[in-house]
Design a protein around this ligand. Structure first.
Ligand code: NAD
Length: 246
């Protein structure tokens, strides 16, 4: 049987690494892409046959070079998970333009660029895109002008992709994680924010990387073959409560 190929961006740690591990366990060949070469080199050794690729998803020339390597080394691509992201907590008045651009370049431009570059490969046999947004893209808050706006745009980009790419056999769906204990969250979640999340989330806890990866893997799989353009919150029920983001 032909081995399918899955590309995961931001795969050196956190949700991306958990997703790469899960795809590997499913027998897929995994392309692990990250801009942090040192960390990537270390973790990629864990997964036999995985292809580590150093690339900044916000740089068009690096994205094109990475996809050219995939053509040469893997020949095909079945799954793209646009997971690489950066966090930023700040109100409008404190968010200068360079800070705004830094967030948009990775969280939004990166998803656009990587998806566009992978289209020729994905459309050869059909494939699945899974974009990682956030509950911050579903709810406005006083603290997340750049991050929340970038994630809301990723949700809409997912719907654009689903509308346009269905005819070439590409599905596109989006996962909106609630808080997960990764380096990204640890950097911006104060003790007060953590406590407020625990109280506000019906399941009263943060999620794990593995729990988010399972939802990503489902949307990427043939089990979801008639699912496209959907936005799934994996957030312990937070979005259903109507409570504001802490
Ligand atoms: P993380 O910081 O642990 O991992 C992110 C990875 O992406 C890192 O390895 C980093 O080097 C890489 N990366 C960042 N910018 C990049 C770029 N321009 N090019 C290539 N690689 C880049 O974060 P995480 O918590 O695992 O987050 C993964 C995704 O999930 C992000 O899109 C994030 O916004 C989203 N998310 C996370 C949470 C959470 O609470 N952790 C909640 C909602 C959404």
């Amino acid at each position: 049987m032909t081995q399918t190929v899955a590309l995961v961006t931001g795969a050196a740690r956190g949700i991306g690494l958990a997703t790469a591990r899960l795809f590997h366990a499913e027998g897929r060949r995994v392309v692990m892409l990250d801009r942090d070469g040192a960390e990537l080199g270390r973790v990629a050794k864990e997964l036999e046959g995985a292809l580590p690729m150093i690339c900044d998803v916000s740089r068009p020339e690096e994205v094109d070079a990475a996809v050219r390597q995939i053509v040469v080394k893997c020949v095909r691509l079945d799954i793209l998970v646009n997971n690489a992201g950066v966090a930023d907590f700040g109100p409008i008045a404190d968010t200068d333009f360079s800070r705004w651009r830094r967030v948009m370049e990775t969280n939004l431009d990166g998803v656009f660029l990587m998806s566009q570059a992978c289209l020729p490969l994905l459309s050869r046999q059909g494939g699945a895109i899974v974009n990682i947004a956030s509950i911050s893209g579903l709810r406005a808050s006083t603290l997340r002008v750049a991050y929340g706006t970038s994630k809301a745009a990723v949700i809409h980009l997912t719907k654009q992709q689903a509308a346009e790419l269905g005819e070439v056999g590409i599905r596109s769906n989006c996962v909106c994680p609630g808080p997960v204990n990764t380096k990204l969250a640890l950097a911006v979640h104060s003790p007060e924010i953590r406590a407020a999340y625990h109280d506000a989330i019906p399941l009263n806890r943060y999620g794990s990387e593995q729990e988010i990866a399972e939802v990503i893997a489902f949307l990427a799989s043939e089990k979801a073959s008639y699912v496209t353009g959907q936005v799934i919150a994996s957030d312990g029920g937070f979005d259903s409560t109507g409570v504001g983001l802490p």
